[in-house]
Design a protein around this ligand. Structure first.
Ligand SMILES: NC(=O)C1=CN([C@@H]2O[C@H](COP(=O)(O)OP(=O)(O)OC[C@H]3O[C@@H](n4cnc5c(N)ncnc54)[C@H](OP(=O)(O)O)[C@@H]3O)[C@@H](O)[C@H]2O)C=CC1
Ligand SMILES: O=C(O)[C@@H]1CCC=N1
Length: 249
């Protein structure tokens, strides 16, 4: 996820340093070091935590001395709370963000939550930084950020899995994978873009406009969600994701 964001962040004017022991290169002219020791006492206005939440306790305390006096910490980690991260980082102000993977093409959706110690300046910087990667939604509570994770942070995973299953089943109707992908991506993308047009009909109206009484779409929709099973499955999906974020706090 950090690499996807870096693609967009590096279009700005800041000097960006990436510490990653496993990367051979990074995009956009950012400086890459493989070992924190190479920073040799340098201080940064903003330190971005982009490792797994389970690794933060081991890795991040070593960075406390690298935060500039008015600096702050952005975390993209799921779950791991701002209070816990601030304690881990020498009581530094923390802003948590929850991006999603289409940030790699500038079409991400990012939730932003500023903990009380973060200043207006920190928040404005984080908002501008994340806006380079797509849409931002600033939320008032950390609880809401964990719900952004359930809806949007993990959302591309749901979408990719739904599209994968759609392609798989389309191929069972005799199409090549290329044909199936073209039809599924075109249908999903076209339908969503149409729904997102300014002044578009509601989703119910759009669905109904495809659905002739007694026709083919009605038969398909009845199999898809006639018993509410799809809605229930999505409800369980978001709840399971949120619950996991809570476990990671
Ligand atoms: N994937 C996603 O769509 C999203 C992820 N996130 C959050 O982003 C964070 C990263 O997740 P994700 O990108 O999926 O995971 P990855 O494992 O792909 O990325 C973690 C990166 O951290 C590197 N790393 C490991 N150890 C260190 C270290 N000591 N110092 C510096 N870097 C290190 C890893 O290197 P190596 O590969 O060599 O181990 C890897 O490049 C998580 O906190 C996750 O919750 C948030 C929103 C969406
Ligand atoms: O799966 C995860 O934990 C991360 C956080 C949101 C998306 N990927």
């Amino acid at each position: 996820m950090g690499s996807a964001l870096l693609e967009q962040w590096s279009k700005g004017t800041e000097s960006i340093t990436v510490v990653d022991p496993g990367q051979a290169s990074v995009p956009g002219g950012a400086r890459l070091v493989s070992d924190r020791a190479a920073l040799d006492g340098e201080r940064f206005d903003c330190i971005i935590v982009a490792v797994k939440p389970q690794m933060i306790d081991d890795i991040m305390p070593d960075y406390v001395g690298h935060i500039a006096p008015d600096g702050y910490v952005i975390s993209i980690a799921a779950g791991y709370s701002s209070a816990r991260l601030s304690a881990t980082m020498g009581d530094a102000p923390v802003i948590r963000v929850m991006p999603n993977l289409p940030a790699a093409i500038g079409r991400g959706v990012s939730g932003i939550f500023a903990s009380p110690a973060a200043s207006e300046t920190h928040l404005a910087h984080a908002q501008e930084f994340m806006a380079r990667a797509g849409t931002t939604v600033t939320v008032d509570t950390e609880e809401q950020l964990d719900r952004v994770t359930a809806v949007a942070g993990s959302g591309p995973g749901y979408v990719f899995e739904i599209a994968r299953a759609y392609v798989e089943v389309a191929m069972e109707h005799g199409f090549t994978e290329e044909q199936a992908r073209d039809m599924v991506f075109g249908t999903m993308g076209g339908a969503i873009d149409m729904a997102a047009e300014p002044g578009a009909l509601s989703l119910e109206e759009l669905r109904n406009s495809v659905t002739s009484k007694g026709g083919t779409t009605a038969a398909g929709l009845n199999a898809l969600n006639g018993d509410g099973g799809l809605t229930e499955r999505l409800r369980a999906t978001l709840q399971a994701c949120y619950d996991r974020a809570v476990e990671l706090r």
